[in-house]
Design a protein around this ligand. Structure first.
Ligand SMILES: [Zn+2]
Ligand SMILES: [Zn+2]
Length: 451
């Protein structure tokens, strides 16, 4: 299937809002405009084959070379003007380059002669006219000598339709950027709201059901983070996912939630509704990603086509020149995922953030050393006994200074509230360990086995 068709079909099938479809890359329009560009080039003898030949012979210093690039307009950072500059070899005012066909030579001679006559010099800033430009030596051309009157002249070829082509493209990319920004804002607000709602519904002070839901949310979010749906922070596959990968990962996450019967674990109506909103949010993010992807492909394709039809070789420069903070930068998924983890997932505290760095169990009782690092009281006691003085994390000389005032009571209360199960287990483990220290290594919780 041709890309134009494929593009149209995918825009229709994905259920995008009409507003999105209306602002998609106008691929057909650009193709029509490209036709005008090729016709314009053909008319002046610079068809794609001629230009391809010139590109191939660029290394030969005696040959004509040209330079095509996009020049930003100082006044308007969102627009740029393409410029086609030729370095023409003239001998007594005649173009001598062997590769060129007679009509091309005639054309170049014509615009070169225009730039040579001071009386004919076009006014500055007139893009419709060829104008003289200084070559690297600073003079428009080498002064002719008696024997050899060979000179190199730099002339700009005035084109109209390539400017139109890039204007259409840049305008559309800017519109798409604006649309993505709008969607990102909307979704961002929804993330904030959902975070607040989950927080309200699951505050442990609201009773046993809220505590139970908090536990379930923690499991859900743990799975969600494991799925790394839109963005991976793992070294092996770091970076943004393609929409196809994201679909897979999202499916895995939903399957896991179902198979672990986590939705049944949500006892509060508010929580169940919030889970629905959470899924919708992910579906929308996926749609944004897909839309971004297909438009990105359209831009790449049309630029490639431009080069294929003209041999002007713009595809290397184009992605750098075009101004796009969202569409081409592909930052939307990354930004939204960052926001999700800051404002949504962090609402439900994860155990990982509260582990003692020595025993990897919840740091209870928490002792905050002068260096601000937190350890469980058991590990600290053991370090003291061994006569260790330095914090294992930052090597500060703080351990011997730790006293009762270093118990972090606020954090202890927080841990009891948010991780009641883990805290209970840790207290039991601490007791067991202490008892073993007192009664010897054979000590067991169950007194029966001793008797
Ligand atoms: Zn510890
Ligand atoms: Zn420290």
């Amino acid at each position: 299937m041709k890309f134009a068709q494929e593009f149209r079909k995918s825009l229709q099938q994905e259920g995008y809002p009409q507003k999105w479809i209306d602002s998609a890359v106008p691929y057909g329009h650009l193709k029509k405009c490209l036709k005008k560009v090729t016709r314009e080039l053909q008319e002046i003898g610079l068809d794609k084959d001629t230009l391809a030949q010139l590109t191939a012979s660029e290394r030969d210093p005696s040959a004509v070379a040209f330079h095509y690039h996009l020049e930003g307009k100082a006044t308007d950072s969102n627009h740029f003007r393409p410029r086609l500059t030729f370095f023409v070899h003239l001998k007594d005012g005649v173009v001598v380059d062997a590769e060129l066909t007679p009509p091309t030579r005639d054309f170049l001679k014509h615009i070169a002669s225009k730039t040579q006559e001071p009386g004919d010099a076009p006014p500055e800033n007139d893009p419709g006219q060829a104008k003289p430009a200084a070559d690297s030596s600073g003079s428009p051309h080498t002064p002719p000598s008696k024997e050899e009157s060979l000179s190199i002249q730099q002339v700009e070829v005035p084109l109209v339709f390539d400017g139109e082509f890039f204007d259409i493209l840049q305008n559309d990319v800017s519109n798409l950027d604006a649309l993505q920004e709008e969607e990102q804002d909307k979704l961002g607000k929804e993330i904030t709201l959902l975070g607040q709602d989950i927080n309200k519904a699951t505050a442990p002070s609201k009773g046993r059901r809220a505590r139970g839901d908090l536990e379930t949310w923690r499991n859900i979010f743990e799975l969600y983070l494991d799925a790394r749906i839109f963005f991976s922070t793992r070294e092996s596959d770091h970076g943004s996912r393609t929409s196809a990968q994201a679909v897979e990962q999202l499916r895995w996450f939903q399957d896991q939630v179902l198979s672990k019967k986590l939705i049944h674990g949500l006892k509060l109506e508010n929580s169940r509704q919030a889970y629905g909103r959470f899924l919708n949010m992910n579906a929308l993010l996926l749609q944004i990603l897909k839309f971004q992807e297909i438009n990105n492909i359209a831009v790449t394709k049309i630029i490639k086509k431009f080069d294929k039809r003209t041999s002007l070789g713009i595809s290397r420069e184009f992605p750098v020149t075009i101004k796009s903070h969202r569409l081409l930068a592909g930052s939307v998924a990354k930004d939204l995922c960052a926001q999700m983890s800051n404002e949504l997932i962090s609402v439900v505290p994860q155990l990982d953030d509260y582990l003692c760095p020595i025993c990897f169990v919840v740091a209870y009782w928490p002792v905050r050393l002068d260096c601000q690092h937190i350890f469980c009281s058991r590990c600290l006691v053991k370090m003291c006994r061994k006569g260790e003085r330095f914090c294992p994390l930052c090597r500060a000389d703080v351990i011997m200074r730790a006293g009762l005032e270093h118990f972090d009571n606020g954090r202890a209360a927080y841990l009891r509230e948010y991780f009641p199960k883990e805290v209970k287990e840790k207290i039991r483990a601490n007791e067991r360990e202490r008892n073993r220290e007192i009664f010897g290594p054979d000590y067991s919780d169950s007194l029966c086995s001793v008797m």
